[in-house]
Design a protein around this ligand. Structure first.
Ligand SMILES: Cc1cc2nc3c(=O)[nH]c(=O)nc-3n(C[C@H](O)[C@H](O)[C@H](O)COP(=O)(O)O)c2cc1C
Length: 534
């Protein structure tokens, strides 16, 4: 217990750790951005896919209580995969191109891989698949129906054995630790959470009930996906439920597979040197669940945390702003891309509050007792919002109001808090998401460290989406941990920063991203990776 608190302390940014460091990037060992299985036969995805039209703010801020009856097929799966983690822009560079994806990631390293478990699709065999982003295909990892196995290895009743689809998010550690070293363990959940914000919004646009699942037997699911120990690990799942499945099929009819042998699949290594950060695998091990007892305890702890968790009010405010011009979700995701320069013009208060409200709306998950609760507190520096005095604020999630903590122009302080990055002082506002880590780790145990970081990632993703839905811009940022807490104290006493996002108006016109054709074939991506390693 408390191993995670120690890890958090050790990975804090301070002036000393950042400015006193002599460490530099090993460019020669830069990891390749795509996982490649050279010997698996690629299965093509759909070419024609689209998110059901829905105002992005509605999609981001609502979670359907019941799913519509929808056909699960390759087309729907392709929609989820592309808009969660597909390539929407290519930035050509003389040395190598950057393949920018539909959800943001720290340092554009995109370390999160997606796996898919399907059942009873009309045009895809039951099985476990890997989403190969570079050539936009699926790799079949296992054949057969694994829903019973999945259900057995998650908290009770979280995965309906009749569910047609589950997405699994893994972190391929070296892709991010190459740059961010031990602190990159936090990024597993930031980058994963940002992608999950897209997934749950897409589900909502289709009127599908989704749920983020963080309580699972780590070893069992890593093995199910054929992941290599100390290389890659599952961080969370999203399941999609369909209450209306008329025939409750029996185990026998569905031929559920519960005996899951080890599987050895050859994927190419991504970097020349296989260096590892043992401290990352240590914290991952210490926050792992091993069996049913852990899963049961998690359920009990979630039910009893209602006493200290923050409760929001139902989402009335969103509706009253429906006259504001809002992009639909598909356009929002394609338009999104981290803002590089912010215009020095104010944003309206209504839009600002709408972004905050939408981003802080409920997250369907197995770590919050209900959709209207949260572990997080929003602390904000307002730099330029119409009818709001500049200053530092605490945002009251329940009432969608701001309480002034300290008046003043804090642009310089914001830049300073964000590791001296001037860009963040030039935003209209910056939102820091804090939580009382000790309190939640004492209640739930070390596993809660993962979910606190993950909730930070999800809300950051929602802040990105909500800002772009209203045609503004956004950019995530890192921070000097203790300096942020100090800046917002005494209100923020004892709280730790999980994530931070600056929002504002982009000072340039950006071309929307596109549903690009696959940027590689399997042969080409394999060859490129081999070249990369020589
Ligand atoms: C959680 C998070 C933290 C980030 N931190 C920083 C940062 O400290 N400085 C910065 O310039 N960009 C930061 N970014 C932005 C990414 O580095 C940038 O988005 C990346 O190039 C990916 O581009 P995209 O968002 O256009 O896909 C962050 C993004 C996220 C999601």
């Amino acid at each position: 217990m408390d191993f995670s608190i120690k890890f958090h302390e050790k990975t804090k940014h301070s002036a000393e750790s950042v400015y006193g460091s002599t460490w530099s990037l090993d460019w020669d060992n830069r990891p390749f951005p795509f996982k490649v299985y050279p010997d698996l036969v690629p299965i093509t995805l759909s070419e024609d896919y689209k998110i059901q039209e829905k105002s992005a703010l509605d999609a981001i801020s609502t979670n359907p209580e019941k799913s519509d009856k929808i056909r699960f097929n390759k087309q729907l799966l392709t929609t989820f995969l592309f808009f969660t983690g597909g390539i929407s822009r290519v930035i050509k560079h003389p040395e190598h191109s950057f393949y920018m994806r539909t959800a943001s990631a720290t340092g554009a390293l995109y370390p999160i891989e997606l796996y898919v478990i399907t059942q009873n699709f009309s045009d895809l065999e039951n099985g476990v698949y890997h989403f190969s982003v570079g050539d936009f295909t699926l790799n079949q990892i296992r054949k057969g129906n694994y829903f019973k196995h999945l259900s057995n290895n998650c908290s009770e009743s979280e995965i309906d054995v009749r569910s047609p689809l589950t997405l699994l998010y893994s972190s391929y550690a070296i892709r991010n630790s190459w740059k961010y070293r031990t602190r990159s363990y936090r990024h597993w959940f930031w980058d994963g959470g940002v992608m999950m914000a897209n997934t749950i919004a897409i589900a909502s646009a289709f009127n599908l009930q989704s749920k983020i699942i963080t309580s699972f037997n780590d070893q069992a699911l890593n093995k199910l996906c054929g992941l290599t120990d100390k290389q890659e690990a599952i961080i969370a799942l999203i399941s999609f439920n369909q209450d209306d499945i008329a025939d409750l099929r029996t185990d026998k009819k569905n031929n559920f597979i519960t005996n899951v042998p080890n599987i050895k699949l050859d994927s190419l290594k991504l970097a020349k040197k296989a260096y590892n950060f043992e401290s990352i695998w240590d914290i991952h091990q210490k926050t792992s669940f091993l069996g049913r007892e852990d899963l049961q305890k998690w359920n009990d702890d979630v039910n009893s945390c209602i006493n200290f968790i923050k409760i929001k009010k139902p989402n009335k405010i969103i509706k009253s702003f429906s006259q504001i011009d809002v992009l639909d979700l598909e356009k929002t995701i394609l338009q999104r891309g981290s803002t590089n320069r912010f215009k020095q013009e104010p944003i309206p208060k209504e839009s600002f509050l709408l972004i905050l409200k939408s981003a802080n709306s409920g997250i369907p998950s197995d770590f919050l007792p209900n959709n209207e609760s949260t572990f997080l507190d929003c602390y904000i520096n307002v730099h330029d919002v119409m009818d709001v005095d500049s200053g530092s604020y605490h945002y009251d999630i329940a009432n969608n109001t701001l309480s002034l903590l300290k008046p003043g122009n804090f642009r310089n302080e914001t830049s300073q808090l964000c590791l001296g990055q001037q860009l963040f002082g030039s935003t209209n506002a910056i939102i820091f998401l804090l939580t009382n880590l000790e309190k939640i780790v004492h209640h739930f145990g070390d596993r809660a460290y993962r979910v606190a970081q993950l909730e930070g990632g999800i809300v950051s993703g929602k802040l990105y989406l909500s800002s772009y839905a209203l045609k503004f811009g956004a950019r995530g940022t890192t921070f000097f941990d203790d300096e942020v807490t100090k800046f917002f104290s005494p209100h923020a006493n004892k709280k730790s920063v999980m994530t931070a996002v600056g929002i504002g108006i982009p000072d340039y016109k950006t071309k929307a991203g596109k549903k690009l054709k696959p940027v590689y074939t399997r042969e080409k991506i394999t060859q490129e990776l081999i070249n990369h390693l020589t």
